[in-house]
Design a protein around this ligand. Structure first.
Ligand SMILES: [Mg+2]
Length: 409
């Protein structure tokens, strides 16, 4: 698939991108970075806040490879771990950053600029050579913008291996997720006086930063102007993850009944995106196993992993969200709140876009009588009708969508 993961992650500041006139990469930063914001979309006003901080370069030894990443000093250990997760599939909670500090590991909230790095971890910046001075290379420019380079070793087991050994453990963790789910439709109705998560300036600032850093995610098939957008969650939405991970069960049996039929039926009207709170590598494996990549009946436009999900604090707790603006900002002419629907078994993921979310029953233990996708196919075809001009005017939550009576396309 075209969207392969590079071994190098570049969180180049917008300034560095602006200064670069070439898209070539140095050999030490092999491969294109999907995380570098393209310079033509940079907005100076938007960038002022998030990119003012100096950058820290990281050189990470992982297994037999070296990875590199650059983050701003005002970003946190959690931001670094999210990047490492995307690159290595080692979940943040099981990452050990060996040799970065002496003694206790820094907490996730620690800003990268305030960490007491171990002297042995610090590498001074090499003096610029003549060749470097004239280079137009993005990565080299960005390197020069970094005050320090920190070297450490990443320890941890990739999620895929962990899953195979500990299916039960992981599944119970996901069950806990479901228990802790939050109903943002209810919340926004009840708490009229409080700031809603999607209006909270702090959350909006995080969103801007996320858009700036990660909006250059890879595209598998370009958006088709005039189409609506269907955003699908993966785990326990389109597949029974526990079964998908069971080596003794064919992956095709893990797909939710009606998955391919639904996607084939709606594809003439919708571009399809899969957005999953998992790592890039793991996401790709799952989609291939489910026969969703390379399917002859429909195309996936793009997939998004956990990297651009960010934490919000609301009246009911702290959790990560899938903010659709992240997609809309990249293609404002094609997608927006008026024509996007996001299907997920966790409604807390809708917190930044409560009117675009449709919470579907979690698909667990592969019940073969599950008919959610049959109903959803019908609803999506109704929403695709020309008489529907704004998705946010419809009630997607609860079971209201199942009872909607409108003409189908
Ligand atoms: Mg899910």
């Amino acid at each position: 698939m075209s969207a392969s993961k590079s071994e190098s992650t570049d969180r180049t500041s917008p300034q560095a991108s602006h200064n670069s006139s070439s898209s070539s990469k140095s050999s030490s930063e092999a491969g294109p970075s999907r995380l570098t914001p393209p310079s033509d979309r940079m907005d100076d006003d938007m960038g002022a806040d998030a990119s003012a901080a100096p950058m820290v370069a990281f050189s990470i030894k992982y297994q037999r490879t070296f990875l590199s990443a650059r983050l701003a000093e005002d970003e946190t250990v959690a931001d670094l771990k999210a990047i490492l997760f995307s690159m290595t599939d080692v979940p943040p909670e099981s990452q050990k950053l060996l040799g970065m500090v002496k003694g206790k590991q820094p907490s996730d909230e620690t800003h990268l600029g305030t960490i007491p790095y171990a002297p042995a971890a610090l590498r001074s910046r090499p003096a610029a050579t003549k060749a470097e001075n004239i280079t137009t290379d993005t990565a080299a420019d960005a390197d020069k913008a970094c005050k320090i380079t920190v070297q450490f070793t990443l320890l941890g087991t990739p999620e895929a291996s962990r899953f195979k050994d500990q299916i039960i453990h992981n599944v119970s963790a996901t069950d806990q997720d479901a228990v802790q789910d939050l109903d943002y439709v209810d919340l926004t109705k009840k708490e009229e006086t409080k700031v809603k998560p999607h209006d909270d300036p702090k959350n909006l600032a995080k969103l801007e930063k996320t858009i700036q850093r990660f909006s250059d995610f890879p595209i598998i098939n370009p958006p088709r102007p005039g189409k609506k957008l269907l955003v699908l969650d993966l785990d326990y939405c389109i597949a029974d993850t526990k079964r998908l991970l069971d080596p003794n069960s064919p992956a095709s049996l893990a797909a939710r009944p009606g998955l391919h039929e639904m996607l084939k039926a709606v594809y003439p009207y919708y571009d399809i995106c899969v957005w999953s709170q998992t790592s890039w590598r793991w996401l790709e494996i799952k989609l291939v196993e489910l026969n969703m990549l390379g399917n002859t009946d429909y195309n996936i436009s793009f997939v998004i992993d956990r990297t651009p999900m960010f934490k919000i604090h609301s009246a009911v707790g702290t959790h990560e969200v899938k903010a659709l603006e992240f997609i809309w900002r990249r293609w404002p002419e094609v997608y927006g709140r008026h024509n996007t629907i996001h299907i997920d078994d966790l409604s807390r993921n809708f917190a930044m876009n409560p009117r675009n979310g449709l919470k579907i029953k979690a698909y667990k233990d592969s019940p073969n009588f599950d008919t959610e996708f049959v109903a959803l196919r019908r609803y999506l075809l109704q929403l695709a009708h020309p008489s529907v001009t704004d998705f946010t005017k419809y009630e997607h939550m609860r079971s209201a969508w199942k009872h909607f009576q409108g003409p189908e396309v």
